[in-house]
Design a protein around this ligand. Sequence first.
Ligand SMILES: Nc1ncnc2c1ncn2[C@@H]1O[C@H](COP(=O)(O)OP(=O)(O)OP(=O)(O)O)[C@@H](O)[C@H]1O
Ligand SMILES: [Mg+2]
Length: 465
Amino acid sequence: MTFVYLIVIIISFIILGIVAIEMLEDYYFDKRAHALTEEGQKLNNTIIDYLNRKVNYGTLKNELNSIEKFLNAKIWLIDKQGYIYGVSNETEGNWIGKQVSTDDLVKVLKGDVMVKRGEYDELFGGPVLTVGVPIFVNGIVVNGVIMHSPIYEIDETLNEIYKIILYSMVISLMIVLIPLYFTSQRISKPLREMNKITKIIASGEFEKRLNINTNDEIGQLAKSFNNMAGELEEIEEKRRGFIADVSHELRSPLTLIRGYIKALMDKETSDDKKNEYLNITYEETERLSELINNLLDLSKMESGNYPLNLTTFDLNELIRRSIIKFGNKLEGKDINVEVNFREDPIYVSGEKDSISRVISNIIDNAIKFMEREDSLTILTEIKNNKAYVYIKDTGCGIPKKDLQNIWKRFHKGDKSRSRQITGTGLGLSIVKEIIKNHNEEIWVKSEERRGTEFVFTLTLSTNTK
Ligand SMILES: Nc1ncnc2c1ncn2[C@@H]1O[C@H](COP(=O)(O)OP(=O)(O)OP(=O)(O)O)[C@@H](O)[C@H]1O
Ligand SMILES: [Mg+2]
């Protein structure tokens, strides 16, 4: 950045210098040509007097001489054919009698002032400013005055100006470099820090944050960066927690199974006991494989590339079948089941197996957390062009502080409360994920010791069979 700034400043000064010098040069030559022209025109009368022989060549030459000294210019007088007949200083060359180059002549003898810059026929050993002025008698051109003024003095002036521009450029650069240094530090320091922190975070230290509190774009970038780091930290925490949960869930049944197998290997264990232990180990392995299947299903659903196989089905019929499936469990606890279909049938669109899983998981929970002779009420209705399912139990209810967490993986409520109740804590996570994939909603109302009600929506099918 500093480099770019420096280049810009230098280029600006170069452009400024070139323009200033061009303008100065033009101004200088204009002035000089003007002065020479004026002096040339002043010669008009003396030359006419000389042509009329009122003054002699000596007087004329004296005047030419003093002008030469005054203006530092060599002066030639030319006749109508362009031949030089008078010069300001004879000692400096044998110009008398020579003819001036015709181009200049034409202009001057036509009555115009001629101004020319550069080498004049290489006569003066360097560039000169040449001005030609016509001499009139009664409005007719009779002679011309040609004046050559060396331009080395302008070169000196310009050199001075070059120096001034160069000095001011160096001074400006020095003045600019200080704020430039601080500005670029202000930008590059936080960027360097960001770079450092990014590497640290990438290496796994997610709690690192940037300490930049400016209000500019860099500050905003730092804020976004910190937010991102926060989210990464959260994800990382979830991941660690998840692995810990899974390991824990896998370890307890495995420990149990190992204990029973050890007992089975013991020669002193009776056959009856062996049979009992085998049954327990079998159940535990079944639980394990269910846990793993549930985990796999969840991760498949959460990964997002889980296409729904949408069909149209009767929601009420699906609920009837679910209740039949739970017949034994319901009877075992003497649960009083009440079903109320406000409309029948209700055709909805969804993935039938998944919705069946949602209903089963909720009913399963309800049965699990109900006492004997509690009641389960299931109601369906159509409201605002949607199907609503209400599943309500009169079980133990969910404490307020737990309500937020029941959807989380492995959440199993109060340990003491659910001591005798088996479960992996994945049921409601799967329910939530299925409903989310259907773009539907689910919510829960619960009061401790009074009961729980789950409500979810489904989309009505447009092609009712
Ligand atoms: N109807 C309910 N009454 C009281 N508590 C409930 C009810 N439904 C869910 N909960 C609470 O929410 C927790 C999470 O339920 P979830 O279905 O996710 O897991 P789980 O039933 O313990 O295990 P899984 O369903 O995997 O066998 C339960 O452990 C329980 O504490
Ligand atoms: Mg459950």
